[in-house]
Design a protein around this ligand. Structure first.
Ligand SMILES: NC(=O)c1ccc[n+]([C@@H]2O[C@H](COP(=O)([O-])OP(=O)(O)OC[C@H]3O[C@@H](n4cnc5c(N)ncnc54)[C@H](O)[C@@H]3O)[C@@H](O)[C@H]2O)c1
Length: 351
């Protein structure tokens, strides 16, 4: 595609899709040419909320792909629908931005990759933090060796379940099995990227509050999880999805000479981090991009910069299918560990 051309975009799934509509409408190089939701009223309400006029509303994804003939399809439906909808769009020659997690099974995740390879178009996954200026700065600091050697990563996520109680699919094991798999997965995709290696083994404890596991199907309301990466870096994560004090998206990176802490609830705002160097004695607080960031959604705007750049120039996308599939496999290992109460190794997976 040539510079200056406008990309025609459609969105399927108009709840979180409303944020995508907001991002697309704000760009001069993209135009929304259709939105789709089983609930047409919800789609119209989302467009009205974003003050976007004259966009056709569809209730069927494939009909919209055919009639609106988009260059870009954004998929923001429940996770079990992601793979089939992304593949349908890729087979029509569209570029795709598909929300996270990529799929509910590794088989489906690989099917999306094969469809992308066959189409030769761009496919980016909604791990928006990977596009954020904050994470680019963190990656730059780590790559420059300012933390010394990276040894430990951590992530904390305390969610108020009221936020997501309306989505039945988020609680079923065959869909995403709670906030650990649907939301904290953002932080695991970061860890996979920054570790620079696949996982070697994982162990996770979790289940309903106050009940010891393992739990085959019970919802992991609270989780404590550990990862050992193949290069010896270790990571831990803690989640409560029943917290009365909602505070999500806190994570950190610890090296031999320093550490970084990211917390969107710092008074300086969600686009900032603290850097401790010289063995914890020297501290700076850097605000990277406070005005663009929102709680829990850093990189949401910039993921479109990366997508359009990739479409125009062939540059790699920030959140690619390799990272999404590696993260999916890591989550499958956690799922097995929670259900069976054992350490799960990378070598158990052939996909
Ligand atoms: N990147 C992020 O930070 C972020 C934040 C929120 C949600 N998400 C992701 O976005 C996706 C949607 O999440 P949500 O909270 O909006 O879910 P939701 O269940 O609240 O909304 C999904 C919407 O999709 C519609 N839908 C369902 N089946 C459909 C079909 N066959 N055709 C057309 N529309 C259909 C529903 O009517 C609903 O409006 C999920 O993958 C979620 O993980 C990502």
């Amino acid at each position: 595609m040539k510079a200056g051309e406008t990309l025609r975009a459609v969105i399927t799934g108009m709840k979180h899709g409303g944020e995508h509509a907001h991002n697309i409408a704000a760009r001069g190089d993209m135009k929304l040419v259709g939105v789709c939701d089983l609930d047409a009223g919800r789609a119209r309400a989302a467009l009205a909320h974003e003050q976007i006029a004259d966009v056709p509303v569809y209730t069927d994804h494939e009909t919209m792909l055919k009639e609106a003939a988009p260059d870009v399809a954004v998929i923001a439906t429940p996770v079990a629908l992601h793979a089939a909808m992304a593949i349908a769009a890729l087979q029509k020659g569209c570029h795709v931005l598909v929300e996270k997690p990529l799929a509910t099974t590794l088989e489906d995740a690989h099917a999306v990759r094969r469809a992308r390879d066959a189409a030769g178009t761009v496919c980016q996954v909604g791990y928006e933090k990977l596009s954020s200026p904050l994470m680019h700065e963190v990656e730059r600091i780590i790559a420059a060796g300012r933390l010394g050697e990276l040894v430990v990563m951590w992530a904390h996520e305390f969610r108020d379940v009221v936020n997501i109680a309306s989505c039945a699919w988020r609680f079923r094991r065959e869909d995403t099995w709670g906030m650990f798999f649907d939301c904290q997965i953002h932080q695991f995709s970061l860890m996979m990227k920054l570790a620079g290696a696949d996982f070697h083994r994982v162990c996770a404890f979790g289940g309903p509050k106050g009940r010891c596991g393992p739990h085959e199907t019970a919802l992991p309301e609270t989780v404590s999880a550990s990862i050992e990466f193949a290069n010896g870096i270790r990571a831990s994560a803690a989640l409560s999805q029943i917290s009365q004090t909602h505070q999500n998206d806190m994570f950190g990176f610890v090296g031999t000479d320093g550490r970084i802490e990211v917390d969107p609830y710092f008074p300086e705002g969600p686009g900032s981090f603290k850097l401790y160097t010289a063995h914890g004695l020297y501290k700076t607080h850097t605000v990277v991009d406070g005005h663009k960031a929102s709680h829990g959604h850093i990189g949401s705007t910039e993921q479109y910069d990366r997508l359009v750049d990739s479409i125009r120039t062939g540059a790699p996308v920030a959140a690619d299918l390799r990272n999404a599939i590696d993260t999916q496999r890591l989550m499958k290992a956690f799922e097995l560990s929670l259900a069976e109460g054992r350490i799960v190794k990378r070598e158990e997976f052939t996909l």
